[in-house]
Design a protein around this ligand. Structure first.
Ligand code: GTP
Ligand code: MG
Length: 196
């Protein structure tokens, strides 16, 4: 798919205030600093459409980006981290959960995990919760440039084995690097397929 237009539309604290048209949307979720905003910039080929930072906790709102005037990419706050402690973390968690459960326009959620790390409890718990709530998702391994091809394969295999402990079928899996451009075409083709 060719992205010929990408525009920031709005940032919201609450899913109820998000755009009220019926365009399909694809949202990006995962731990703080996993690379959600960077991946949106990679997909749209724009350096700083979504704001990124080397410090976790950059994205705190629900951000809508309109693509080709037809569908949205949605940048969500990360989970598991908050500069101002547990209260803020719980507030962000609620914000994310409400969006995921109630935003009917959300066609698919991309769950990002850092390919350098073993399966983390917080990610597995979130994936479990998606399953319990019947939320369609795909799994995206980020920052693949940070490890060797062999190590990367090992990490993905390990993740699959862990998922097989509670899932009969695996979700679609993508491998990306926003630094190198890996996975861009695959993700966009996948979105195009669903949009059809
Ligand atoms: P929050 O908004 O805080 O939840 O973080 P985020 O998930 O949006 O992460 P963000 O895109 O801001 O990236 C976090 C850091 O990781 C930044 O310093 C990015 O440059 C870096 N980063 C993101 N993706 C990649 C990648 O594919 N490769 C490498 N090497 N660095 C990456
Ligand atoms: Mg972000």
């Amino acid at each position: 798919m060719v992205i010929h237009d990408a525009q920031f539309i709005v940032s919201n604290i609450d899913y109820r205030q998000c755009p009220q048209d019926d365009k399909p949307e694809y949202a990006f979720i995962g731990r703080s600093n996993v690379g959600k905003s960077s991946l949106i910039n990679l997909l749209t080929n724009r350096k700083s459409l979504a704001m990124t930072s080397s410090t976790p906790g950059k994205t705190l709102l629900i951000n809508h980006f309109l693509i080709n005037n037809e569908w949205y990419l949605v940048d969500l706050p990360g989970y598991g981290y908050a500069r101002r402690g547990k209260k803020e973390r719980d507030r962000l968690k609620k914000r994310i959960e409400e969006y995921v459960l109630c935003r009917t326009q959300m066609t698919l959620l991309f769950v990002l995990v850092d390919s350098r790390h073993e399966p983390q409890k917080i990610d597995l718990a979130f994936i479990e919760w998606l399953g319990e709530n019947g939320i369609p998702f795909a799994l995206v391994f980020t920052k693949s440039d940070k490890l060797s091809a062999t190590k990367l394969q090992h990490q993905i295999e390990q993740y699959k084995q862990t998922l097989y402990e509670s899932w009969e079928e695996l979700p679609p899996i993508f491998v990306t690097s926003s630094a190198k451009g890996t996975g861009r075409d695959e993700l966009l083709d996948y979105i195009e397929q669903i949009n059809r």
